[in-house]
Design a protein around this ligand. Structure first.
Ligand code: FAD
Length: 317
């Protein structure tokens, strides 16, 4: 079987679910090789989980500065791995960083890039969501090794035990003048909540929430369901909720089992970030709100009356 390289998303200790999804997707094309970029010892800590989800090789790209710089170490590592194993494709999660890594890698390899993939078939044809979610198209790369960014949530993680070969990639020193150094990280989920792109349930609030204090009802429902909190841009721009929780074209892409939109109108730019969610529930007091056309279940009503009742009902079970 040919190799398919997968960039591993992790926090140094734990592999993100999106990587298990990539490994499941990669198996449709060949043998998944996991590229781990991190400080020394990271690949050893993650290998067992990667092996359980089907990685047939683990490529460790480790250096003391790997976690200090944005994107460059990941692009360098993937480029090295591509030159070493000549894979049939490279898969990266379509997160904010992943999208940029994929684009830079494709440019370096002078290869075709396919973004926002939601389906892959063994012939190399990829189904993508394009134009902010307005269309679904089927595409194939005709130049070089395809670099594909895959939407989180599009594939189910699968347990598929393997016994991975260990490989080491010698990362070049990062040129600090040409790379962005990470000075602080703020994207940590509040309390025990799952991360936004990892969560199986996302409860989001929009301008209809009316203020920062209004987000309490959003958080309470999210907590009752064990979910993450998201926000529409109008709520973020108005300062109701921090930007790292924004869902949409210029925020995060989510694809949970359940997405609940509270006081969100359903602008195309918001839908671009959540419309592949498996089940969508919307609460809006305007019966004409576009989100109601997309939702599987809608409640036309005041979110401050409906959401607390939902929370109470879920908590009582
Ligand atoms: P509104 O459109 O103001 O909707 C508020 C809704 O709340 C209304 O439907 C109203 O009926 C309802 N409501 C009010 N009070 C209540 C109540 N008490 N109970 C129930 N319902 C109530 N937007 C994003 O979300 N994410 C993005 O990433 C994004 N990127 C963008 C990129 C570009 C280039 C541009 C131009 C725009 C982008 N936008 C994005 C903005 C987008 O166009 C919308 O302006 C935004 O999504 C609207 O947010 P909203 O639904 O919270 O607000």
């Amino acid at each position: 079987m040919p190799d398919v390289l997968v960039l591993v998303d992790h926090d140094g200790e734990r592999v993100n679910t999106s990587t298990y999804e990539l490994l499941a997707a990669a198996r449709r094309l060949g043998d998944p090789g996991a590229v781990v970029v991190g400080t020394p010892g990271t690949a050893a800590r993650l290998t067992e989980s990667l092996a359980r989800h089907g990685a047939t090789s683990v490529h460790a790209a480790e250096s003391a500065e790997a976690a200090e710089f944005l994107l460059t170490p990941a692009v360098d590592a993937l480029e090295l791995a591509v030159r070493e194993v000549a894979p049939v494709a490279v898969l990266v999660s379509a997160t904010t960083d992943g999208r940029e890594v994929a684009a830079r890698l494709a440019a370096r390899l002078d290869a075709g890039l396919l973004i926002d993939a939601v389906e892959l078939d063994s012939s190399g044809v990829v189904t993508q969501i394009v134009f902010g979610g307005s269309y679904t198209v089927r595409s194939q790369v005709t130049r070089g090794i395809p670099v594909i960014s895959v939407r989180p949530g599009a594939f189910e993680p699968e347990e598929h035990p393997a016994d991975p070969v260990q490989r080491t990639l010698a990362l070049p020193a990062v040129d600090p003048a040409a790379s962005a150094r990470i000075t602080a990280r703020r994207d940590t989920p509040a309390g025990d909540r799952p991360g936004l792109t990892e969560a199986t349930v996302v409860v989001s609030g929009g301008r209809g929430v009316g203020g920062a204090e209004g987000f309490e009802v959003v958080e309470e429902l999210a907590d009752a369901l064990g979910g993450a909190v998201g926000a529409a841009r109008a709520a973020v721009d108005a300062g109701y909720y921090p930007h790292q929780y924004q869902v949409g074209q210029t925020g995060k892409t989510v694809s949970p089992q359940l997405y609940i939109a509270l006081g969100i109108s359903g602008a195309i730019q918001h839908l671009a970030g959540m419309q592949t969610s498996k089940t969508i529930v919307a609460v809006n007091k305007d019966p004409e709100a576009p989100i109601l056309d997309l939702a599987d279940y809608s409640v036309v009503g005041d979110l401050f009356a409906v959401a607390p009742q939902l929370t109470q009902e879920v908590t009582a079970r």
